[in-house]
Design a protein around this ligand. Sequence first.
Ligand SMILES: C[S@@+](CC[C@H](N)C(=O)[O-])C[C@H]1O[C@@H](n2cnc3c(N)ncnc32)[C@H](O)[C@@H]1O
Length: 244
Amino acid sequence: MKLARTVAPEALDHLPTQDPAAQRSRRDLMRVHQAMGSCAILRRAWQSLVPVWPSGRPLRILELGAGDGTLLLGVARALAPHWPPVHLTLLDRQDLVSPVTRSCYEALGWTTELDVTDVLDWAQPPPGERPAPRWDLISTALFLHHFEGEHLQRLLAAVAARADRFVACEPHRHWLALAGSHLVGAIGANEVTRQDAVLSVHAGFQGDELSALWPGERDRWQLHERGAGLFSHCFCAQRREATP
Ligand SMILES: C[S@@+](CC[C@H](N)C(=O)[O-])C[C@H]1O[C@@H](n2cnc3c(N)ncnc32)[C@H](O)[C@@H]1O
């Protein structure tokens, strides 16, 4: 079944941070990620993009649309024993990362920084002659599907200009994921999550849609895009001459 892509505002993005329904929906997301296998999908993607790290400095990783920052904790717990030290920046337009979450990263040897910014402001060129900050890896989950058209292109252009590697783990716009999204009530999700899950799948990706939008010079990047697990769509981009 070919589902047309439709992007509609999601309830969680418009509820105040402290709204009990929003807080509950953010907790529901952890269970949704368990069902989607997001943590394992991201871990495998990160490992394939960074198989070795001979450089002596920490890896600089940025998560766009990081929410409360807990999703990547699972990835960090799996990778920290085998990986180089990481400096992780968590960007979201809402200030949601708790001191407890930050201390969990720090216990693993990962330093953290919060950037409470709208991503479309982040994507603007920096003022004056200042160079834009660069990242070894930019990662997103359940985030890119909020964007379409010129905003999505601007966002991908900023990522391609500022990173050597990029991973996006998004809803798969596919009948199986759509069926799953209608069943998130079965894992205890509240009304906000139930509604947003369905909207997210309609706004998700399939085929090589993100590769087709990737703005970098094609021969300079290796792109991989595929369905991942039962409900996810994973896109990876790696600059061929990526450092180190
Ligand atoms: C569905 S949540 C996903 C959170 C997290 N990535 C996860 O998977 O648990 C989407 C997140 O994107 C953030 N967001 C939406 N639009 C944004 C924007 N324009 N700039 C920055 N963050 C945004 C929301 O605040 C929210 O935390």
